[in-house]
Design a binder for this molecule. Structure first.
Ligand code: MSP
Length: 641
């Protein structure tokens, strides 16, 4: 098995770490731990991006030299990660001498190969983004990211010729379906590449900025910060001759958010190709965290500090929330209220209660000693629990491999609920009343402990602390620090006769007064959110004119140039095309096979040039759209009454 190498973006040191940085780094840690569970050797890289104009300006604002300033902020990132139980193997800084050397060497190589030339450029320069913009890229003449009018700058600079690699890159993306994931970002890069690629300005004159890596072939210039930063992924491995580079490259998984898709999806593969370095294997792109439905920004004062959250709610709870709440690839909104609700219902209630009620029973009925699981014939209920465990493991594994972390956690929680039901139905407290049922009681409790072992093991990538404590209390001392995927394909690994420690509370409930609005905060009541519709008399006859039907989604794809719309092919007894405004909350691939409710007799209308032959019913909760579905499968076309 090839070793697995994962990277996060290296973060700019112009601001303190926030929730967005924490999310990317937690995802990388979760994926890394999952690969370790699969028995793979892994390597996890993160770090800081320390050159460029932005950093110089931030240092000036603090009255510090860039050197002192970058040390200070880089340290904040470095010290934060262990607080969030992130186990990276290396922390790279672009001011590291080895990195500086690699950047110089790669530039020289590409220069000698003839892909870098000197030229004059006049254009609109955004200082926030540290790059030139073309007319086409500006929105009403303003930078799309900073909403400022770029300055007109005329400069002589060095340029990296990218156009000769355009066709190669298109072909590479088309022939490697897992190069850029999820699909929507792959399509976005292909859409960029439909326009001719312009050459990339890769230098900045020292007359304007000195804080950077000097070009090896002209000491009057420093390197453009992106050309410098991207190379961290190979310099950290000791490119070109280092052992790690030879062992790990190019079997890498780069993880970034959508804001830096273009440098990673276009500049980076072309840089690698031009430098004669094999192209990376995977780029995984996630969405953006907003806060209470608003963009997180310093000026709005709503930046969420991961360390504060951790101190208040604990590392595991934060990690769980981030991974459960965001659908990888789509945007999500953070709110403390939602976090507390998840802690109370998923962690304290579902998981925590199951754990403590189970261990309490083992202590009560068997003096804390793991009973035997094979002393009575298995009932159908026992068999069902076993197969539910194997199903959960399979679903979890598929979801983890597809970066659908929320689904992996849903599979675990479905299993948790299944075990809670198993306890309710088998009622061990009743079995305990009769001596003759002692063996049945042993089997039931053994199955519960085995289920908890599987649950603890599957939770390890997400909540390593809770997983560890659970395993300790289940007597799983043979699997420190984690169980491997093989351990979940066997039923019976918990060892009868093991004496278990007393149970503990895994996740304390958060007091409800934390949910009360803070001074000045108003929480809109449901009524305010959705004004009731005026009462009108609708006769049954009128209501029944509406043709509501069950539809099965056959295919789904984004509508070009639209952020909100998806084009669906739905089987409603016949195949219909339906355009639905759900793209911000659903990915095409997740919809295939889903059953939805369709208004089948609305007048067909054209949306973005596509004739929509029906309407999909949805609920919109604070901007999050949810599809109305059925709680069991139905024949497509079945009418709703
Ligand atoms: N220094 C560059 C990256 C160079 S990589 C060779 C940079 N740094 S950054 O500090 O701006 O970090 C951007 C990354 O931080 C995003 O791609 C994402 O991983 C993370 N996030 C920053 N804000 C975020 C959100 N609001 N939500 C989710 N992730 C976000 O760009």
């Amino acid at each position: 098995m090839n070793p697995f190498y994962i990277t996060t973006p290296i973060y700019y040191v112009n601001a303190r770490p926030h929730l967005g940085h924490a999310y990317s780094t937690v995802v990388a840690d979760v994926v890394n731990r999952f690969h370790r569970m699969c028995g793979q050797e892994t390597y996890f890289l993160t770090g800081t991006d320390e050159h460029g104009d932005k950093v110089v300006r931030a240092a000036k604002e603090e009255g510090l030299s860039p050197l002192v300033y970058v040390d200070r902020i880089s340290d904040l990132f470095r010290k934060l990660w262990p607080e969030l139980d992130i186990e990276h193997d290396w922390f790279i800084r672009t001011t590291d001498p080895n990195h500086v050397k690699v950047v110089g060497d790669v530039l020289q190589k590409i220069y000698e190969a003839g892909d870098i030339y000197f030229g004059e450029y006049e254009g609109a320069y955004c200082f926030g983004c540290e790059r030139f913009y073309t007319e086409r890229e500006l929105v009403d003449g303003r930078c799309p990211d900073h909403d400022t009018v770029p300055e007109a700058i005329k400069e002589s600079n060095y340029f990296f010729r990218m156009s000769p690699y355009q066709d190669w890159l298109i072909d590479h993306i088309n022939t490697h379906s897992d190069f850029i994931r999820p699909e929507r970002y792959r399509n976005e890069v292909l859409a960029f590449l439909r326009e001719p690629l312009e050459d990339l300005c890769i230098s900045r004159p020292k007359t304007r900025i000195q804080w950077g890596i000097t070009l090896p072939f002209d000491d009057q210039y420093v390197t453009y910060v992106w050309f410098d930063a991207l190379l961290n992924y190979v310099s950290a491995l000791g490119y070109p001759d280092g052992k790690l580079f030879k062992k790990l490259w190019p079997n890498v998984c780069h993880l970034v958010a959508k804001d830096i898709l273009k440098p990673h999806g276009i500049y980076w593969p072309i840089m690698l190709k031009a430098a004669g370095i094999p192209v990376y294997r995977h780029l995984y792109v996630h969405g953006y965290w907003n806060v209470d439905e608003t963009k997180m920004s310093k000026s709005l004062g709503n930046v969420v500090e991961p360390l504060e959250l951790k101190n208040q709610y604990g590392t595991d709870a934060i990690r769980y929330f981030l991974m459960r709440e965001m659908v990888f690839g789509l945007d999500s909104s953070f709110s403390e209220r939602a976090l507390i609700q998840r802690i109370n219902s998923d962690l304290a209630n579902d998981l925590g209660n199951l754990f403590s009620r189970s261990l309490t029973m083992v202590h009560k009925y068997f003096e804390g000693i793991v009973p035997k699981g094979d002393v009575a014939p298995e009932s159908n209920l026992d068999l069902e629990v076993k197969s539910a465990a194997f199903e959960a493991v399979q679903e979890y594994q598929d979801a983890m491999e597809g970066f659908a972390f929320h689904k992996a956690l849903m599979a675990i929680w479905q299993f948790i609920n299944r075990i809670n039901k198993y306890i309710d139905v088998t009622a061990p407290w009743e079995l305990a009343k009769k001596k003759s049922q002692r063996n049945d009681l042993q089997v039931v409790l053994y199955n519960i402990l085995e289920s908890l072992r599987v649950i603890a093991g599957l939770l390890y990538p997400f909540m390593p602390r809770a997983a560890h404590v659970m395993q300790e209390h289940l007597g799983i001392t043979w699997a420190t620090p984690f169980q491997t995927l093989h351990d979940f394909n066997v039923w019976g690994k918990t060892r009868p006769g093991t004496k278990l420690p007393k149970t503990i509370t895994l996740f304390p409930r958060i007091e409800p007064d934390k949910l009360k609005p803070k001074p000045g905060e108003t929480v809109p009541s449901k009524k305010e959110l959705v004004p009731a519709r005026p009462e009108i008399e609708i006769s049954m006859e009128v209501f029944q004119k509406m043709d509501l039907r069950v539809g099965t989604v056959l295919r789904a794809e984004p509508v070009p140039r639209s952020k909100k719309l998806l084009k669906l092919k739905v089987d409603v007894g016949e195949e219909r095309t339906i355009v639905a405004g759900i793209a911000e909350n659903y990915q095409s691939e997740d919809l295939i096979g889903k059953q939805v409710v369709i208004v089948a007799n609305v007048k067909p209308t054209k949306l973005m040039g596509i004739l929509s032959q029906g309407m999909v019913l949805t609920a919109s909760d604070k901007g999050t759209c949810r599809l109305a579905t059925l709680d069991g499968s139905c024949e497509p076309g079945t009418p709703l009454m």
